[in-house]
Design a protein around this ligand. Structure first.
Ligand SMILES: [Zn+2]
Length: 71
């Protein structure tokens, strides 16, 4: 089962959780119980025979951008 990295939009707590794709919707922040989570891909790397395919694995959108702070 894969491990996903999340960051809570409420308290900014970062944590990892093992979950199937289907059950990701049921994950909540272990600190505040918030359900508004951002999925982090910072630790997610593809190693494919040394070829430069990492760019293709990047998700759309700017997840590192500080401008995407909660309203
Ligand atoms: Zn939280």
């Amino acid at each position: 089962m894969p491990t996903y990295e999340f960051r809570c939009r409420k308290c900014r707590h970062e944590f990892s959780a093992k979950s199937s794709m289907k059950d990701k919707v049921n994950i909540v922040c272990p600190t505040c119980g918030g359900k508004e989570l951002e999925e982090l891909f910072g630790n997610y790397r593809f190693h494919v025979g040394g070829k430069a395919t990492a760019d293709k694995a990047m998700p759309p959108g700017c997840r590192e951008c500080p401008a995407s702070a909660p309203t």
